[in-house]
Ligand binder design. Structure first.
Ligand code: G3P
Ligand code: MG
Length: 247
C-alpha cells in the first residue's frame, strides 16, 4: 500500500459550503472548525499566475465576467469573490497558490491541489502548478497531493515534480484505471462517491492505491465508504462531517 500521510476528512474547495469556495476565508473557516486537510482547484491566469478558481469563467463565484484564461492576475485579484456567497465575505479574493500555501502552513493544513486547467491549457497548467507546489512545499510536510481529471495535466505534473504524490481523478472510473494510474505512478484514485461500490473499492485497494471519495455530504454515506476502505472523504459539510467524524 502506498504511503498516505493524510487525514480522513478533507474540506472540499477549502471550506465546503460554509464559506465562499476557493478563498482564504474558506480555508480559515475550515481550520477554525478543526479540519486538517483541504482540497482546492488551481488554474492559470493569462499571465501564468497559479491561482484558485473552480470554473473556466469567473462569473459564478465573483463580480467579474468572462473566461479566467483571458485575464491577467492583477485583474483577477481585483474581483470580489465573496459577496456572491454572502455579503459578510465581501472583499474575499481568488488567492494565488503562494498565498494558499502560506495559509496552509500557518493553520497546519495538508493540501490536495486539484489541477483544474482552463480549456486547452492542460499541459502548461500541470507543469506550472507542479513546479510551484514543489517549490512552496519544499521544506514543509506532508507533501501536497496533486490530482486532476485531466490525464495530460497530471502527466505533465508527474514529469515536472515526480516526487510529489499524485491521484487520478474520475467522474466515471474507466475500465483502464489500472493502466492509467500505473502509468502516472499514482498513490491514489479519486472518485465520485456515487460510482463506488464495496467490490470496486476492494479491487482498487487490492491494487495498492488509496481512495479519496468526493463529494460526500451525507454522514451515513461517509461512514459506509469508510467501512468499505475508502481512505479519505472530501466533503462540503465540514460542519457535520468534521475532522474527527471517522475516529
Ligand atoms: O477533487 C475532488 C472534487 O473537487 C472534484 O470535483 O468539480 O468539485 O472540482 P470539483
Ligand atoms: Mg475540486
Amino acid at each position: 500500500m502506498k504511503t498516505w500521510p493524510y487525514p480522513r476528512i478533507v474540506a472540499h474547495r477549502g471550506g465546503g459550503k460554509i464559506a465562499p469556495e476557493n478563498t482564504l476565508d474558506a480555508i480559515d473557516t475550515g481550520a477554525r472548525l478543526g479540519l486538517k486537510m483541504i482540497e482546492f482547484d488551481a488554474k492559470l491566469s493569462a499571465d501564468d499566475v497559479v491561482f484558485l478558481l473552480h470554473d473556466d469563467l469567473v462569473d459564478r463565484t465573483s463580480d467579474g465576467r468572462g473566461p479566467a484564461k483571458a485575464m491577467r492576475y492583477d485583474e483577477i485579484e481585483k474581483l470580489d469573490a465573496g459577496t456572491w456567497f454572502d455579503p459578510r465575505f465581501k472583499g474575499a479574493r481568488m488567492p494565488t497558490l503562494v498565498q494558499v500555501a502560506e495559509r496552509c502552513f500557518s493553520h497546519g493544513l495538508a493540501a490536495n491541489i486539484e489541477i483544474k486547467p482552463c480549456e486547452g491549457r492542460d499541459v502548461e497548467t500541470g507543469v506550472l502548478v507542479a513546479r510551484e507546489a514543489a517549490r512552496l512545499w519544499a521544506d514543509a510536510g506532508p507533501a501536497p497531493l496533486l490530482s486532476s481529471f485531466s490525464y495530460a495535466a497530471l502527466e505533465a505534473a508527474a514529469q515536472t515534480a515526480p516526487d510529489l504524490p499524485r491521484g487520478m481523478l474520475y467522474e466515471v472510473i474507466p475500465s483502464d484505471w489500472r493502466a492509467q494510474t500505473a502509468a502516472l505512478s499514482c498513490v491514489s484514485l479519486h472518485a465520485d462517491h456515487t460510482t463506488l461500490s464495496e467490490d470496486l473499492v476492494r479491487e482498487i485497494k487490492d491494487s495498492g492505491l488509496r481512495i479519496l471519495a468526493y463529494t460526500v455530504n451525507d454522514p451515513a454515506r461517509a461512514r459506509e465508504l469508510a467501512q468499505w476502505g475508502v481512505d479519505a472523504i472530501c466533503t462540503d459539510r465540514i460542519d457535520v462531517i468534521g475532522a474527527g467524524f471517522l475516529d
